[in-house]
Design a protein around this ligand. Structure first.
Ligand code: NI
Ligand code: MN
Length: 232
């Protein structure tokens, strides 16, 4: 599987002919790697952890133009359909459940300790629970934490799915910072490769990758620049 960081919490996963993009924050993302301009319109599946604008991002326009299928929690999924995404391009699910997609990709929706809302005009509309995802693709199991604080049931995610790759927010303020994310790696997970995300995008996100890397004793932290990737 090829994993490419597209800045913030946006990753593309590619395996053979199947591609998955998580949290496609393109417009307004100061760290989106425009130099490589990945063609997200070719994406088969878009996974949305929640409806905040730095995660929902361009999902609706990408799905409408390219025909990707979006996977999201029930309330957010219905918001997407109300915005004109065709029902056959939306898969709704909820925390604790799994679904097998075309191309042999299995997705489990797991808990995230965060809020979830969608901006409609000037107000926040309820978006269901915020989520993380465990993705099984080509024999690799990857965990994308979404936006979350640290919580002890991360151990349950480890026990049930045994992910080897972890994509964890470290930016602080709205999510775990380096200290909390390192605790998750050291005490709750047994990840082999850890990619920090959701930091450095905006001035409010003060968590630093070096601080995180120095605190992690279990697993290898790989610090990418947007546009870079790893093959696993
Ligand atoms: Ni958020
Ligand atoms: Mn966020």
């Amino acid at each position: 599987m090829k994993i490419t960081w597209l800045g913030h919490s946006c990753f593309s996963l590619e395996m053979n002919e199947t591609s998955v993009v998580i949290d496609p924050f393109i417009s307004g993302n100061p760290r989106f790697p425009t130099a490589i301009t990945p063609d997200l319109h070719q994406t088969d599946f878009i996974l949305l952890t929640h409806g905040h604008e730095d995660h929902l991002g361009d999902a609706i326009s990408v799905a409408k133009k390219g025909g990707a299928t979006i996977v999201a929690v029930y309330e957010l999924a219905h918001h997407l359909m109300a915005q004109g995404v065709k029902a056959q391009h939306v898969i709704d699910m909820n925390i604790g459940g799994g679904v097998t997609l075309a191309g042999g990709v299995t997705v489990h929706m797991v808990q995230a300790m965060h809020s979830n809302s969608i901006m409609v005009g000037d107000s926040c509309t309820y978006g269901g629970c915020a989520a993380g995802f465990v993705v099984e693709m080509g024999g690799v199991t990857l965990y994308h934490a979404g936006d979350t604080g640290v919580f002890s049931d991360m151990k349950l995610i480890q026990d049930l799915y045994q992910p080897t790759i972890g994509l964890l927010p470290i930016g602080d303020r709205y999510t775990m910072g380096p200290k909390e994310a390192a605790y998750a790696c050291n005490e709750l997970f047994d990840l082999k490769t850890i990619l920090p995300m959701h930091y450095g995008t905006f001035p409010q996100l003060t968590g630093q990758a070096d601080t995180f890397k120095n605190l992690v004793r279990r697993g290898e932290v790989v610090v990418l620049n947007p546009g870079q990737g790893v093959e696993v």
